[in-house]
Design a protein around this ligand. Structure first.
Ligand code: SF4
Ligand code: SF4
Length: 283
């Protein structure tokens, strides 16, 4: 079962839910930190034995002496990664989506494949949890390709948790598109509700079952629960606004490790996720 944990904005407690969920699962569990611009699951898990590799993408490199400036490659590239400037072809590898088409169509073999580094991927362990973490290089805009690289490590024979990037755009979809169940983490505020509505709109077309975890619940703003009730979205868990949780968080501690009363609550969350998964299997 692949569980994606996502949120419409950063700072809602998405990683808190991911690491605590992973910590109450018996047996092997894999956590893929796909929040590659700001991965922080390891700040809580404190894993060991990091094996790190560079992640690169194939991009075209121009050999000016062979180029006859026919502009076929410029016309072919849909991503404006090749442009003609003052009669010369110029490549912008940061815009390249590595389709390889320009290299194929160049009539003079003036383009050859080269590798462009976009970030790193590391594998490590903490107890029964295997962590795979992607780290995007500063200034690289190529988030989805690095997420795809992290997801290549996904092992189907165990429970897998995907810690998705915040927001409701391409990096989110690249992470959750093939998940079995999606858990949306939000806060009970008008801002939280606004971002929840956006992310629900983004993931609904995927057709995956999903539910909501309300973090820092304070029983004041009821808009999130009213929205979930109206849209028939199950509220899977409410994590109360609790000073002890805030202290654990700021110390980089996993809630269920230091506040044992929350173990059962996260186990119940896991049971509700399994119920959603079984519903999916029935359809
Ligand atoms: S297709 Fe090849 S020859 Fe034509 S402009 Fe591009 S690189 Fe130059
Ligand atoms: S490989 Fe594809 S995306 Fe990249 S520059 Fe060539 S045509 Fe454009």
């Amino acid at each position: 079962m692949v569980i994606a944990v996502a949120s419409g904005k950063g700072g809602t407690g998405k990683t808190t839910v991911s690491v605590n969920l992973a910590s109450v699962i018996k047996g092997k569990v894999q956590l893929l930190d796909c929040d590659v611009e700001e991965p922080n699951a390891d700040l809580f898990l404190k894993t060991r034995g990091h094996e790190t590799e560079i992640v690169s993408l194939p991009v075209p490199e121009l050999c000016e002496s062979l180029c006859v400036n026919c502009c076929s490659c410029v016309e072919f590239c849909q991503f404006n990664a090749l442009v003609s400037l003052a009669g010369k072809v110029v490549a912008f590898p940061e815009l390249c989506h590595s389709c390889g088409g320009c290299i194929e169509i160049c009539p003079n073999n003036a383009l050859k494949e080269t590798q462009k580094r976009i970030g790193t991927k590391s594998k490590s362990k903490s107890g029964n949890i295997s962590l795979v973490q992607g780290v995007l290089d500063v200034s690289s805009p190529l988030v989805p390709p690095l997420i795809h690289s992290v997801k290549k490590e996904l092992k189907q024979n165990q429970i897998v948790i995907l810690d998705a990037p915040p927001g409701a755009s391409c990096p989110l979809i690249a992470t959750v598109n093939d998940a079995d169940v999606i858990v949306l983490v939000t806060e009970p505020t008008p801002f939280g509700l606004n971002d929840l509505i956006l992310i629900v709109d983004a993931i609904k077309p995927l057709g995956h079952p999903f539910g909501v975890v309300i973090n820092r619940d304070n029983n004041i703003f009821k808009g999130v629960e009213e929205f979930c009730s109206k849209e028939k979205i199950p509220v899977l868990m409410k994590i109360p606004e609790d000073r002890k949780i805030a202290e654990a968080y700021s110390n980089g501690q996993i809630i269920v490790s230091v506040l044992t009363e929350y173990r059962e609550r996260f186990r119940t969350l896991m049971e509700k996720i399994k119920e959603l998964y079984n519903l999916r299997s029935c359809h």
